[in-house]
Design a protein around this ligand. Structure first.
Ligand SMILES: Cc1cc2nc3c(=O)[nH]c(=O)nc-3n(C[C@H](O)[C@H](O)[C@H](O)COP(=O)(O)OP(=O)(O)OC[C@H]3O[C@@H](n4cnc5c(N)ncnc54)[C@H](O)[C@@H]3O)c2cc1C
Length: 403
């Protein structure tokens, strides 16, 4: 019987695990190396993106996760920012139109609330976009969160339920007794509990290797710019056409033509571009994102990456050419070769909850499912796809992946 839990990592997955486990009456301690929301969860632009989630576990948990936000708004002791204005992927080449049409039809068949917008409809939703935009796939299920506000609200909820959240505590190794994991070593001494939950995101591979586990969780760095606060002008979360090739769902379409989804900037820099724009409630517009695959967690934006965002955004959003930039940053997203996390008890006493690519839709729900595992209940979502004993390919730094 589990009565005490150590959670390693203060991102969406760790704080939601702490919150739901504490609500179940478990004695929870969360250990975060820096501060709550230091990792990917505090650095991402907040797309709750159902648009391109693969059928199966990814789509199931994302639909449940999207709905969970309504509940969290009621239950958490402090507010967080959530907007339900949908999401779109625009395109500005007529030759891309049949691909987007086929994509929308396929997603409707998967049960999503999707439509194909024309150029005028896109311009109504996205003020500063280029005049010649041809259309967009639009998904009404998509939403937007201001991620640090969500993580901090979950942390406040966990504390209110009695969890002890400690910042500035770095876990260095697992403590093993016989076959069982019984605690962790840290820079602040040893901690012991009935179960340890590893929710350390992109740091997981390194942390687990120190304890003799090979965990194939890769690192994808994305860079972001934030403008100064501006008048409201972008309603949904917005991706550009280059994003399409990142998704297996697009690339597997019979009409897919990869030659229509490349840019000169990508050729020149070797970076992949996930063109995106999203406006927060305070008016700042988040812009991104070049992507690369560092060997270690690297949280510094590069001049080349920032230059790529600037050039790309000026092409597609001429209305933003002159706006002031307030901040730039990078974050590192964890991933596995099949793009769903590992959520499983991988050894007695040790639960792995890492490898979330789409943590905004899945993260809080993962925490709920982990609390169900911790209390010995059947998780409310079938977890077969996220088991540890499935075949996962090694991750190779530098090599790009498809979501
Ligand atoms: C720029 C960017 C854009 C993204 N865009 C989106 C998006 O639009 N939609 C979406 O759904 N997802 C997006 N993602 C992915 C999303 O951010 C992740 O899926 C999610 O944040 C993963 O949450 P996590 O809790 O697993 O990891 P993290 O948020 O990274 O949390 C892990 C925590 O563990 C801590 N930690 C690590 N090692 C140790 C240790 N040894 N001891 C103690 N603490 C430790 C870290 O400091 C960190 O705070 C994006 C990611 C990035 C970087």
């Amino acid at each position: 019987m589990t009565s005490s839990v150590l959670v390693v990592g203060g991102g969406l997955v760790g704080t939601s695990t702490a919150y739901f486990a504490a609500r179940e009456g478990l004695n929870v301690t969360l250990l975060e190396q820096k501060h709550i929301a230091y990792g990917a969860s505090g650095r991402n632009p907040g797309f709750v993106w159902l648009h391109c989630r693969n059928p199966g576990w990814a789509l199931n948990i994302s639909l449940k996760g999207r709905a969970l936000y309504d509940q969290l708004k009621e239950d958490l002791p402090v507010p967080f920012e959530f907007r339900a204005e949908g999401g779109l992927i625009y395109f500005h080449d007529e030759r891309q139109a049949p691909i987007f049409k086929e994509f929308v039809e396929a997603r409707q068949a998967d049960g999503l609330d999707m439509t194909l917008l024309d150029g005028k409809e896109v311009r109504e939703k996205v003020g500063p976009i280029r005049e010649d935009v041809v259309g967009a796939s639009f998904c009404a299920n998509d939403a937007q969160i201001n991620t640090p506000t969500v993580v901090n609200a979950l942390a406040a909820g966990a504390r209110a339920e009695g969890a002890d959240l400690r910042e500035g505590v770095t876990v260095t190794r697992l403590i093993v007794s016989g076959e069982r994991i019984i605690g962790v070593e840290t820079n602040e001494g040893n901690f012991f509990a009935d179960k340890v939950v590893i929710a350390s995101g992109a740091w997981t591979e390194k942390l687990m290797r120190a304890s003799g586990y090979e965990v194939p969780i890769g690192r994808e760095r994305l860079q972001v710019m934030a403008t100064k606060p501006l008048p409201a002008q972008i309603k949904p979360v917005v991706y550009g056409p280059l994003a399409a090739k990142t998704y297996t769902l697009f690339r597997n379409l019979p009409s897919w033509d990869g030659s229509l989804f490349h840019s000169k900037i990508e050729e020149e820099t070797g970076l992949e571009l996930l063109t995106l724009a999203a406006q927060r409630a305070n008016g700042e517009i988040l812009l991104g994102c070049p992507m690369d695959y560092p060997a270690e967690v690297d949280l510094f934006p590069s001049l080349e990456g920032l230059g790529a965002i600037a050039t790309d955004i000026m092409n597609d959003f001429p209305g933003l050419r002159k706006v002031g930039i307030d901040r730039v940053w990078a974050g590192v997203l964890p991933f596995t070769s099949d793009m769903v996390p590992v959520i499983d008890e991988i050894a007695p006493g040790l639960i792995m909850a890492a490898g979330h690519v789409f943590g905004n839709s899945a993260g809080p729900m993962s925490g709920k499912l982990i609390s169900q595992l911790l209390t010995g209940r059947e998780p409310e979502v079938d977890m077969t796809e996220v088991r540890w004993d499935r075949q996962l390919d090694p991750v190779v730094p530098g090599l790009s992946v498809q979501w």
